[in-house]
Design a protein around this ligand. Structure first.
Ligand SMILES: NC(=O)c1ccc[n+]([C@@H]2O[C@H](COP(=O)([O-])OP(=O)(O)OC[C@H]3O[C@@H](n4cnc5c(N)ncnc54)[C@H](OP(=O)(O)O)[C@@H]3O)[C@@H](O)[C@H]2O)c1
Length: 251
């Protein structure tokens, strides 16, 4: 089967491309570095030719509110138009658990706009809502730092390893379109402030992590339901401690 992976050079994209190629599929990498740009449209029609499945794993180069909204709206619109011409049978897009609950935040607003374009296109689709990737924890800590102190909500999270995201997204892409949303998450539910604190300790990062129920997560105040799946999710197999161990061995 011919599969186009938009964002195929990224964290999840590169792992998804490798997995699908291992399974014997013809996979085209769609990213600016590989000559496919979903904003300008350059290379998109050619990459889409004879493609049955498109997996959108692109991310905006800027997280500034207007830029991120423009990116996801333009990208999703151009992809949907090209899919229509090519007769694509299944569009899979990766979004975030809680997107609809965190609309104070510009990034989540942009992801919701992307999802609406996918839903309103005529292409059969599956929206995959993932929890935070283990690989994103440092970014969460960095974004929450002020004056050397990291202030984070103790709200529950259920993070997942990028390898598991790629594995589950690949299997969803090879299945029938749900024309709906499916949630994916890691095997453990933990408190965000405690997780980042233990991650920093393991990384020998000296910054103190303070639990604060009012600390904002990229602009949004959290509760225990904000970032965790509320449906029966597909669960990644990797425990955080095992991921840490493997990351330590490879670094
Ligand atoms: N971080 C999390 O915890 C989390 C959780 C749930 C869902 N997600 C979602 O997961 C998705 C993938 O995230 P990621 O961390 O794997 O992304 P990433 O590593 O930042 O990779 C971004 C990808 O987007 C591509 N890209 C950028 N501009 C493009 C354009 N104009 N046309 C085509 N491709 C373009 C990049 O290509 P180049 O390499 O060529 O620049 C790269 O392949 C995102 O949509 C994000 O919202 C993230």
């Amino acid at each position: 089967m011919k599969i186009l992976v938009i964002g195929g050079t990224g964290l999840i994209g590169s792992k998804t491309v490798a997995r699908l190629r291992d399974l014997g599929h013809e996979v085209v990498v769609g990213s600016p570095k590989s000559g496919v740009d979903t904003i300008s449209g350059i290379g998109l029609a050619a990459a889409m030719d004879n493609t049955q499945v498109v997996i959108d794993l692109a991310n905006s180069p800027s997280y500034e509110d207007v830029a991120v909204m423009t990116f996801f709206r333009t990208s999703a619109t151009n992809i949907a138009a090209a899919e229509q011409v090519a007769g694509v049978k299944h569009h899979v897009a990766l979004s975030i658990v809680g997107t609809e609950r965190l609309q104070e935040n510009g990034y989540f607003q942009a992801k919701l706009a992307q999802e609406e374009i996918v839903k309103n296109s005529k292409i059969p689709y599956t929206l995959v809502h993932s929890t935070q990737f283990f690989e994103f924890l440092k970014g969460i800590g960095d974004a929450a730092e002020a004056n050397g102190v990291v202030r984070l909500s103790p709200a529950y999270v259920q993070p997942i390893a990028a390898d598991d995201v790629a594995e589950i997204v690949s299997s969803i892409a090879l299945g029938n379109p749900l024309n709906g949303m499916i949630e994916i998450a890691g095997p453990e539910r933990v408190r965000l402030s405690e997780l980042v604190s233990s991650y920093f300790k393991a990384e020998k990062d000296p910054r103190p992590v303070v639990a604060d129920v009012h600390a904002r997560y990229f602009g949004a105040e959290l509760n225990d339901e904000s970032l965790v799946p509320l449906t029966a999710p597909r669960i990644g197999r990797t425990m955080f401690a095992d991921w840490r161990l493997a990351a330590g061995k490879s670094s």
